[in-house]
Design a binder for this molecule. Structure first.
Ligand code: ADP
Length: 378
């Protein structure tokens, strides 16, 4: 029997599930937001994921539902589950990827390390938090933020008055998340995958480099992280996956503080930018693993194939033409580097592809990856 996996959302994450599905003979169908999306080559249809009838009709054509993003409304997710549809990750888990306040509360309840935080509804409450934290903090909108949008460093109680005003008109919640401005050495990400029956595996801990709130580079494994840090990160991510009941791939974004603690920043319940290196650099890519997990199949080995893998995002793209126009020069100069093109039109700041280099010498691998990515953006 051929199993049909339905993916809601047609971005590059759905697109990169396609080769993994082809290799395993899994029929993958994508409900894309519009024509010409990155995963258009597997699109079963175009439709609005916020429309219950559209999503329920799509679900009838597949055996299991999974996601390219976390934005499908809770009431639609619950309607799917009530109809007996297999949904991975399920609504109870996805809730914590949809709402940063609920996520902070849940992680606190689970006893996991997070930055100091509070829910604030007005400038007076923000002032009180600032007074306790040396006058600086980070305020986040609980819902709808991505790539640093909805994150603001503040030093005055009126710095987010616009957000407080917007809250007044939003019936979904009436508070913002405020947290300490963490003094971190670097950002790390721990990727794990969990099956509905409970098996759970972890990839090597990676370092992520963000520029302007957007992931720019990933180094696998995180330099100098052998031993304790890696063990602590894996323990945290597994505790999150089990504590929240996540199925599929879970990315746990972490801060490594200057005093060598790990704090959880963000959760993503789907394949994640910090795991793109695994396509070329690990025995099992995060995309294949996600499919295995949502189908409750035994999970693949997660070891690295190379001592070092470095992934660099192609952000924005070439000023003229497409990524493919640059293939002759890039491939000629860097034959060992793997290039991934999401088929998206270049636009400032947009993630339109990535490259991954691997090898024994970290400096060389970083150079190879950066130099190759440079061919595709100017
Ligand atoms: P998004 O959901 O938009 O990715 P995040 O919560 O991951 O937002 O924050 C984006 C970036 O902002 C992080 O990668 C980090 O660099 C910075 N940041 C977020 N929270 C804090 C914090 N509490 N202290 C210091 N920097 C932070």
């Amino acid at each position: 029997m051929t199993t049909i996996v339905g993916v809601i959302g047609g971005g590059q994450l759905a697109r990169m599930m396609i080769p993994a599905a082809v290799n395993l003979g899994i029929d993958l169908r994508v409900l894309a937001e519009s024509e010409g999306m990155a995963a258009g080559l597997a699109a079963a249809g175009v439709g609005d994921y916020r429309d219950a009838d559209t999503v329920l009709a799509f679900a009838e054509t597949v055996d299991v539902i999974t996601f390219d993003h976390e934005h499908v409304p809770q009431e639609i997710l619950r309607a799917l589950v009530n109809r007996g549809v297999r949904v991975h990750p399920g609504p109870d888990a996805l809730l914590y990827a949809q709402d940063k306040l609920l996520m902070r509360q849940k992680l606190t309840d689970l006893g996991l390390p997070v930055p100091d935080w509070a829910a604030v509804s007005n400038s007076g409450e923000l002032a009180a938090f600032l007074a306790e934290h040396d006058g600086r903090a980070v305020v986040k909108t609980p819902r709808g933020g991505y790539d640093g949008k909805g994150v603001r460093v503040v030093s005055g109680e009126h710095d987010v008055d616009d957000w407080f005003e917007a809250l007044a008109g939003d019936d979904r919640g009436s508070a913002l998340l405020v947290e300490e401005l963490v003094d971190f050495r670097r950002e790390l990400a721990q990727l794990v995958a969990r099956r509905p029956s409970g098996e759970i595996v972890a990839w090597p801990l990676v370092e992520t480099v963000q520029r302007g709130g957007v992931c720019a580079e990933v180094i696998a494994p995180a330099p100098g992280s052998a031993g304790r840090v890696a063990d602590v990160a894996a323990d945290i991510a597994m505790a999150v996956a089990e504590g929240i009941g996540v199925t599929g791939v879970l990315a746990v974004e972490l801060f490594e503080t200057t005093d060598e603690r790990l704090l959880v920043n963000e959760l993503a319940m789907r394949p994640h930018n910090s795991g793109h290196w695994s396509i070329d650099g690990s025995t099992t890519s995060q995309f294949e693993q996600h499919l295995r997990a949502v189908l409750d199949l035994p999970l693949g080995a997660t070891g690295a194939r190379e001592l070092w893998s470095v992934m660099v995002n192609v952000l924005g793209g070439p000023a003229e033409g497409s990524m493919a126009d640059r293939y002759p020069a890039a491939f000629d100069a860097h034959p060992t580097v793997k290039v991934h093109n999401y088929g998206k039109d270049p636009r400032p700041g947009r993630k339109i592809g990535h490259v991954t280099a691997g090898g024994d010498e970290l400096e060389t691998v970083v150079y190879e990856a950066r130099a190759t990515a440079a061919f595709f953006q100017d």
